[in-house]
Every structure is written in structure tokens, then in C-alpha cells.
Design a binder for this molecule. Structure first.
Ligand SMILES: NC(=O)c1ccc[n+]([C@@H]2O[C@H](COP(=O)([O-])OP(=O)(O)OC[C@H]3O[C@@H](n4cnc5c(N)ncnc54)[C@H](OP(=O)(O)O)[C@@H]3O)[C@@H](O)[C@H]2O)c1
Length: 173
């Protein structure tokens, strides 16, 4: 049976590469990004791929994806990849509330809310959540307070979800 995958941040880079890989393997792929022009270009290249404009910094964006899975895929989801994100190098004295909130929103809050909404779907398929982290979440680098701590937090979320969701048959890596 055809598998369904959601990949956040597929308008460029690693997410785009993953979207192409799974599309070419015959999976149904939904990917997201803020840049509609880049998503449209991807959709033109890969007919049948699904795209949604999704900005992790705005409230309730995860509902767009959750509603799509319910309405268009009859609630069937095999894999969720939380990939959207970006690095920012900022010396500590220059760091601002806005920067910190942005980093934690994109790398911690948005993936948590999306994963939470996808648990019922993934439980039904014994599916998988993949969180794209970074070596910066393990090894300390100067000027990466916000990004490094966000990715470090994402590593812990991955371990917590793996423990919590294992009884439902959902793997988390
Ligand atoms: N590249 C590396 O060497 C590397 C190493 C370790 C970890 N990572 C991690 O891998 C992931 C992908 O990185 P990449 O290098 O492929 O970056 P990228 O080419 O810049 O792509 C990032 C993707 O995330 C999306 N994104 C960024 N901020 C967002 C927001 N606020 N709301 C919604 N979508 C947002 C972007 O969408 P738009 O462009 O449409 O806004 C884009 O699709 C990130 O989590 C990054 O931290 C990358």
C-alpha cells in the first residue's frame, strides 16, 4: 500500500531533497515552507506532490497540515519529518527576546504541536516521527546560544517522545 509522508521545510535544502527522494520512491508526499514560489516550483517539477504554505512563527499553522491529512489522506500518515529550521549566529550580548522566541518556536514549539496532532494518525499506522537535529545540539559552539539550545531541546523531545509513544507503536528518531 502507498505510504504517506509529511516533511516540513521542503522548499529548499535537506527537506527538498527528502521530498524528492520519497516522491521518486512512489510515496505520497506533503511538504511545507514559507516561500510559495519555491513550493510552486517544486510542485511543477514533481506533479502530484502536495504543498502547504506554513510559517512556524504564526499560530495554529499545524492545523493546516493536520486538517489536510484528515481530509485528503483519510487520516493515513506513515512518517512525519520535523525538518523546518535555520541556524543563526548571534553573540550573547546581542541576543534578543525576539530571536530566542523565534528559534524556540521554529525548532521546539511548532514541531511539538504538529507531532501532537499527528499522534492519532501515526498510532493507526505504527508510523514514525523523525526530528532533524544538528551536531550543534550536542557540541557547544560560540554564538549559537539560541540555535544550539533549541536543537539540544529537540534532542530531548525526541527521547521523551520515543519513550512515550513506543507503547503506541510509534518510533521516534
Ligand atoms: N545544512 C546543514 O548543514 C544542517 C546541519 C545540521 C542540521 N540542519 C538542520 O536541517 C534542517 C534543514 O536545514 P537546511 O540546511 O536544509 O536549511 P534550508 O535550505 O534553509 O531549508 C530550511 C527549510 O525550513 C523552512 N523554514 C525555515 N524557517 C521556517 C519557519 N519559520 N516556518 C516554516 N518553515 C521554515 C524553509 O522554508 P522557506 O525557505 O520557504 O522559508 C526551508 O524549507 C534545519 O532544521 C537545520 O537546522 C542543517
Amino acid at each position: 500500500m502507498q505510504k504517506n509522508i509529511v516533511i516540513t521545510g521542503g522548499s529548499s535544502g535537506i527537506g527538498e531533497g527528502l521530498a524528492k527522494y520519497f516522491y521518486n520512491k512512489g510515496w505520497r508526499v506533503l511538504t511545507t515552507g514559507r516561500n510559495n514560489a519555491k513550493l510552486s516550483k517544486l510542485a511543477a517539477e514533481l506533479p502530484g506532490i502536495y504543498t502547504i504554505v506554513y510559517d512556524s512563527l504564526k499560530n495554529a499553522q499545524e492545523n493546516k497540515v493536520i486538517d489536510f491529512i484528515k481530509d485528503e489522506w483519510n487520516g493515513k500518515l506513515d512518517v512525519l519529518v520535523n525538518n523546518a529550521g535555520h541556524v543563526a549566529l548571534t553573540p550573547l550580548p546581542e541576543i534578543s527576546r525576539d530571536q530566542l522566541e523565534e528559534m524556540y518556536q521554529v525548532h521546539l514549539i511548532a514541531p511539538s504541536l504538529l507531532a501532537a496532532g499527528c499522534v492519532p494518525f501515526l498510532s493507526a499506522t505504527k508510523g514514525q516521527i523523525i526530528n532533524v537535529s544538528s551536531s550543534h545540539g550536542i557540541k557547544a559552539y560560540a554564538q549559537l546560544s539560541a540555535y544550539g539550545s533549541a536543537k539540544s531541546g529537540l534532542n530531548m523531545l525526541t527521547k521523551i517522545w520515543a519513550l512515550e509513544l513506543a507503547p503506541l507503536g510509534i518510533r521516534v528518531n
